[in-house]
Design a protein around this ligand. Structure first.
Ligand SMILES: [Fe+2]
Length: 182
């Protein structure tokens, strides 16, 4: 599935602007990480866009999160491989991520909120956020407390955290207009 198609499907299934923004953010980070690793950037970006496709349907029921997303994607002609990655990304139901794409999704999903929170304390300016800013805020457990640090740290099996932060910030700069930042 192409990016435009994935975005159209996301918009049909998810109403919340903040969750569409979260999907854009995760997708942009996935693209950058894939490029860095020499992986399929287009596919990783689409996975980022689609990973929370069931957000409105499950309405906070984490027992169904991912499971419903997988079903929606299959029903809409998305490949079983991508649908299964989306199903498995619910870390409450899955353990042991080894594939780089799944590891990256865990980390991108969690770091996106942390970096956006860093930008918001700087007036919404993503250009003001550096890997150093993120490193500092990572250590403040109360800051953006919902962004699970241990899921971010999974990326260390693929690269060091500083490199990951740099890539993630670069990705978010490219979609600043879609995620409410300047
Ligand atoms: Fe997510």
């Amino acid at each position: 599935m192409e990016r435009d198609e994935a975005l159209a499907l996301l918009r049909r299934c998810v109403a919340s602007p903040s969750h569409i923004a979260h999907s854009h953010a995760t997708a942009a980070i996935m693209r950058k990480v894939a490029e860095h690793l020499g992986e399929d950037a287009g596919t990783w970006e689409v996975i980022g866009l689609l990973h929370d496709i069931d957000y409105d349907i499950v309405g906070g029921d984490m027992e169904r999160h991912g499971v419903e997303g997988c079903r929606i994607l299959i029903d809409n002609g998305v490949s079983e491989e991508i649908a299964d990655i989306v199903r498995r990304h619910n870390h409450l139901l899955t353990s042991g991520y080894e594939r780089p794409v799944e590891v990256a999704l865990q980390a991108a999903d969690s770091v996106s909120g942390l970096i956006i929170a860093c930008a918001l304390v700087k007036g919404g300016e993503i250009d003001e956020v550096t890997p150093r800013t993120v490193k500092k805020k990572f250590k403040e457990k109360a800051f953006a407390a919902g962004c699970e640090r241990e899921r971010i740290r999974m990326i260390e099996s693929l690269m060091d955290l500083e490199t990951f932060y740099r890539l993630a910030i670069e990705g978010l700069k490219e979609v600043r207009g879609d995620i409410g930042l300047t």
